[in-house]
Design a protein around this ligand. Structure first.
Ligand SMILES: NC(=O)c1ccc[n+]([C@@H]2O[C@H](COP(=O)([O-])OP(=O)(O)OC[C@H]3O[C@@H](n4cnc5c(N)ncnc54)[C@H](OP(=O)(O)O)[C@@H]3O)[C@@H](O)[C@H]2O)c1
Length: 247
């Protein structure tokens, strides 16, 4: 088992990608703290994987702080943090309302920052740890619309790079860029449309487990010499220059 007895917090872990990561970590022997805004969902998943759970709104710094106090009191350490929550939006730069912009930055960016800061302090004190920030291709390449979401994802990648240097050599910090994944966000909106399919060299949209297996690797000691990396798990889409559907 790659994560035996590790204490791992996966934020946004009751559905889709976060859930797949929580399940994969548990399968590899970790004690996972499941996080959501919804108590019943979090409790149910925690029971399923024999983990712990905590309910917190990422837009409320005191609730985020309380989550890490709980982890300190109950588990006395944190070995792995995966930041996976996200709030998305559709408008482009000219149409996004300031309130919506601020809400997305608060949840997607400041939420990641706060968790990273709390976990990073605990990890430095205990002498080690691994942090993974989940991002999106739109943080590295532009496409029309979704302005606030895309900018927040680009900023998350900058946060990953900055934190990797500030927390070295004790704590490893890496990013995962998820491609189009067959979740309600990925499948329903985009995954079955030919133009998007054509842009993926591996010719399929992703599954939550694709991202989860990469997270297991990055969290584990097998990635002991990897920090400050941002790994696309996207069937090759981000770095492809127009892929075409000839095969
Ligand atoms: N699916 C894709 O195709 C795709 C593509 C690129 C990147 N990604 C990234 O992968 C990650 C997971 O995506 P997903 O598709 O699995 O998304 P998802 O199912 O929508 O999960 C996002 C989670 O964020 C949580 N969340 C949202 N606002 C919150 C808040 N204020 N406080 C606390 N939690 C909050 C929700 O938790 P509750 O509602 O349970 O509280 C939800 O479970 C995200 O970072 C996303 O940007 C996904």
């Amino acid at each position: 088992m790659l994560l035996k007895d590790k204490i791992a917090l996966v934020t946004g872990s009751t559905h889709n990608i976060g859930l797949a990561i929580a399940r994969a970590f548990a399968r590899e022997g970790a004690k996972v703290i499941v996080h959501s805004r919804h108590q019943e969902d979090a409790k149910k998943i925690a029971q399923e994987i024999n983990g712990d759970f905590f309910v917190a709104d990422m837009a409320q710094p005191d609730q985020v702080g309380a989550m890490f106090e709980h982890i300190g009191e109950k588990h006395a350490r944190i070995d792995i943090l995966v930041n996976s929550v996200a709030h998305s939006s559709k408008p482009g730069i000219l149409d996004v309302a300031l309130e919506e912009w601020n809400r997305i930055m608060t949840i997607n960016l400041t939420g990641y920052f706060l968790c990273l800061q709390h976990a990073g302090k605990m990890m430095k004190k205990q002498g080690g740890g691994s942090i993974i920030n989940i991002s999106a291709g739109s943080g590295e390449r532009s496409s029309p619309g979704g302005a606030a979401y895309s900018v927040s994802k680009g900023a998350i990648n900058a946060l990953t790079r900055q934190a990797a240097v500030d927390l070295a050599p004790t704590v490893r910090v890496n990013g995962l860029i998820s491609g189009l994944v067959g979740t309600p966000i990925g499948q329903k909106d985009m995954g079955n449309r030919k133009p998007e399919y054509d842009m993926i060299p591996l010719r399929r949209i992703g599954r939550p487990d694709d991202v989860a297996e990469a997270a297991v690797f990055l969290a584990s000691d097998k990635a002991g010499y990897i920090t400050n990396s941002i790994l696309p798990v996207d069937g090759g889409r981000l770095n492809a220059m127009g892929s075409g559907s000839s095969r």
